[in-house]
Write a protein that binds this ligand. Sequence first.
Ligand SMILES: [Zn+2]
Length: 258
Amino acid sequence: MKLFDTHTHYDDDKFDALSRYELIETLLRDEVDYILGAAVDVDTSRFTIETAARFPNYYAAVGIHPQSCGDYPDVGAALSEIEALAKSPKVKAIGETGFDFHWQNNPAPEVQKLFFEGQMEIARRLSLPVIVHDREAHGMTMDVVMKYPDVIGVFHSYSGSIEMAKELTRRGWYISFSGVITYKNATRLAEVVPTIPKDRILVETDCPYLAPEPKRGKTNHSGLVKYTAAKAALLRSEGYEEFVEMTTENAKRLFGIE
Ligand SMILES: [Zn+2]
């Protein structure tokens, strides 16, 4: 069994338009068992669906990222479009959605909230998990999670505390770690990794971003998720093979893949 890269952006310009599908094909043959494509807006939602149609083990998420909300003045129309796309057969999650307060010129918190809650409602109606992006917004993100106790999903590239992870996993949510855990300065996050229950931990690249050590700064891809998995297994004092099997099974359970 090989790893499941649970968060990717192969639509990104960092991947050459002519060779991105060859890359995905190679990665699914040699490096990982499954890839999930995350979307950030309507166009990338269409990209994940089209890509999923090409590769049996590539699955799609559809959604509007907190930093993309400002592109859609008609909230209702944008969300209806996402809901329609979410009914495609290989769509296994809504997202990414959530809050991002890192950049000054991000959409206003109230706007981000409208889109986040709207997507939580879509997830509830369609019984799909949600991929949550939480950047410097732990409090408000948790408030929305608490408001929808019947919706679960994954906090991607997790950056919260041990306590927050405990609350999330108690509620049935999953925690996904990216290459950030391999960085020298990620000492606080390194303490979180071993506290996640065996049946609630996932790994991801968030490629092309966040390439793990020893490839930090390079264009990330699913073939590098093994470095993140190796670091997580080490931090948890688990065998690498055991960790791979556990996280792949977890991702398949969360996304409803047989
Ligand atoms: Zn992402």
